[in-house]
Design a protein around this ligand. Structure first.
Ligand SMILES: [Zn+2]
Length: 240
C-alpha cells in the first residue's frame, strides 16, 4: 500500500465509532486502498464499521452517500448515527446471543422478537417482513444486503445493552405488558380464573394477575425479583 496517497484515501472515524476499528486504526486516520470502483460504504465497512452505525458521511469535505466513490488522496469522514434515532416502528428482533437483553426489553413492554436458534438469514427476513430493527453484536448480520434496519448494540452486560438501546431509540415503554417468554401481550385476568394454575402461597400473596394471550403463561405483579423492579424504575426514570 502506498502511504503517500497516490493509491489511497484517508479515513477519519468519529470517537464514538472507533471501538469498531482494528486496534491499529483507533488513533488518527486509517489509510485504505482506492481503485476508483469501491464505494465509500464498502471501504468503511472493510474497516469494521457497519453502515447501520453511520449517520453523516463526507468525502473530500462534501456530504456523500455510501455509493460515492472516493478518489486517491480524498479524506473520508465518518460520523455516528444521531441519537435518538427515529424508526418507523418501535419493533425489534434480537440475534441468538442477546437472550438476556430480550427478556429485559420485554419486561419494559418493548415488542421484541427473539429465538435462540434462528439463523442470520431468517432473522433478517423476519425483520423485513414485520418491520423490525435487528439488534446484534454480530457485524456479519449488519453487512447483509437484504437488511433494512439494524443496530450494533454496545455493552457486554444485559443492563449496559439495555441502556444503549434505550439511549439510541428512546422507545415508548409499557412495563408489565409483554410475556417475557414469548413476547405475547399480557391480558389482566381475575384471580379465580387462574387459581387452578397457581400455588396456594402465590394466591395468598398477590392480587394482580395477568396472562399471556399467546402462550398462556400466568404473571403476577411483584413476582419478579427486586432487580427487575429496579430495572423498570431505572428505565422509566431515564425517560422521565
Ligand atoms: Zn407468552
Amino acid at each position: 500500500m502506498d502511504e503517500h496517497g497516490e493509491h489511497t484515501a484517508r479515513v477519519w472515524v468519529a470517537d464514538e465509532l472507533r471501538f469498531l476499528l482494528p486496534p491499529r486504526h483507533r488513533h488518527g486516520e486509517a489509510m485504505v486502498p482506492v481503485d476508483g470502483v469501491s464505494s465509500a460504504g464498502h471501504l468503511i465497512e472493510s474497516l469494521g464499521v457497519p453502515r447501520t452505525e453511520i449517520g453523516e458521511l463526507r468525502v473530500a469535505g462534501q456530504p456523500a452517500e455510501f455509493s460515492t466513490r472516493p478518489r486517491a488522496g480524498d479524506l473520508i469522514e465518518v460520523f455516528p448515527v444521531r441519537r435518538p434515532q427515529p424508526v418507523p416502528e418501535y419493533r425489534f428482533i434480537l440475534d441468538v446471543h442477546l437472550g438476556a437483553l430480550a427478556r429485559q426489553m420485554r419486561l419494559l413492554g418493548l415488542d421484541t422478537a427473539y429465538s435462540n436458534d434462528a439463523e442470520d438469514p431468517e432473522i433478517v427476513a423476519q425483520a423485513n417482513r414485520e418491520g423490525r430493527v435487528v439488534l446484534t453484536q454480530d457485524r456479519g448480520i449488519l453487512r447483509r444486503r437484504a437488511l433494512r434496519a439494524g443496530a450494533y448494540v454496545r455493552g457486554s452486560s444485559a443492563a449496559d445493552q439495555l441502556a444503549d438501546v434505550l439511549d439510541r431509540f428512546d422507545p415508548p415503554l409499557a412495563p408489565w405488558t409483554r410475556c417475557l417468554t414469548c413476547n405475547g401481550s399480557l391480558v389482566k385476568v381475575d384471580k379465580q380464573d387462574v387459581s387452578h394454575l397457581l400455588e396456594p402461597g402465590t394466591l395468598r400473596a398477590y392480587t394482580e394477575f395477568s396472562r399471556c394471550a399467546a402462550c398462556g403463561q400466568v404473571y403476577w405483579r411483584g413476582a419478579h425479583a427486586d432487580r427487575l423492579q429496579e430495572l423498570v424504575a431505572q428505565a422509566t426514570r431515564r425517560q422521565g
